[in-house]
Design a binder for this molecule. Sequence first.
Ligand code: N7H
Length: 440
Amino acid sequence: FLPLQNIQGDIFVGMKKQLETFYFFHINDATSFKTALKSYVPTITSTATLLSPASSQPLAFVNIAFSSSGLKELGITDNLGDQQFSSGMYADATNLGDSLSNWKSTYAGTDIHGVFLMGTDQTSYITSYLSDIESTFGSSITQLDRIDAAARPGSEAGHEHFGFLDGISNPAISGFSMNVLPGQAIVPPGIILIGRPGDATIRPPWTLDGTFMAFRRLQQKVPEFNKWTLDNAIQNEAKTLTVQQGADYLSARMFGRWKSGAPTDLSPEVDDPTLGADPQRNNNFDFSHLGSLLISDQSKCPFSAHIRKTNPRADLGDLNTINHAIRAGTPYGPEVSSSESSSNTTTQDRGLAFVEYQSNIGNGFRFQQINWANTANFPPLKTVTPGIEPIVGQGSPRTAEGLDPANQSKGYTIPQFVIPTGGEYFFMPSISALTSKIAA
Ligand code: N7H
């Protein structure tokens, strides 16, 4: 049993909408902010609201979260039991492998005190929610940055800017998720929610049913990615692929999924859109196969592939639950223009407004990034060094093996196509904690 009316909605269900705006703010006046927050709390969207029939849902959803410096600004100095949260993401950026010179100045430091997340299907509702925030909070806050993220147009909806279907694999929560899909990991609620079974850290009681939100502003160099995969296109066994097909094959192996979402572990040589769209099948694999060796076989999925590095399944044993987190990101920025495409050069900023929820940042997002994506000899105990994860892995050299099934020991030095340009660790409290602890 979880009090769904008290848990902010984006955490488990996600504000699955066409548009998502992130409004990052600085608190200028704690006293008037707290008063304004008290009147604003009824607007905050709960999990129960997101699960209610469409007819009783509001036109737009809004959630709120605070950075460590934001809580301090509000006079809350309790130790929330998470070192990375306390220091903020900028202090952690080098550990994550980021180049600080790529960080936008807004995020470089601890000026961001909080963020409103707004989800809706119509721009006009974002506009009215924004003006509601501005009239309620007035000069108690200043907007430091705003990211207007949005699903991509037409048939690309649900796909991120490299073209891959996202949001397929998130863990199910025991005691919450009604229908666990085949192959889906099941984690105790405390892996995501503070104070619930599975969260062993002792923290102040008011943090119960809150979560930590890792936010990353990840720029994606799409034309450069497309050019590199074309230049390095691979062949199938029958040698029947065009260069474009060979590029798609290579990029599918970098992700471990085809653009449709079909896992290469189940459909190694060709995309299978029916499989990609079938939730009963598109997660039902664990990289192990009868008659093949988990320690050496990369014919179906490279050890370094994005989804294998970030959820190693049978590589670590399927019972590993502690390093899971719930992802809820949305793409931002325009479609690639014809001039960007013909010059193979990004001139307009686009990428992923990446969001991940967990009760322990060091076990969730940070573990996936540092211990897995950035670590060349992960997954462990393989006959070869898997290399760095080719999409989001950071470090030098950025090399990976196993991408070409015909020549698995061939090493690739891969340019960085995902550039972290900012981010922050936030605490997303329960709705009752907003009223009883944070507002006044
Ligand atoms: Fe990743 N993408 O949209 O193309 N991711 N991700 N991610 N990611 C996944 O299974 C992507 C990033 C995870 O359970 C898919 O839902 C992009 C970071 C995890 O099998 C796709 C970026 C981290 C999973 C993408 C990016 C993660 C996952 C397959 C950066 C953590 C689930 C769809 C711009 C440090 C793995 C799906 C599983 C899946 C994309 C970043 C983590 C397509 C473009 C930084 C845990």
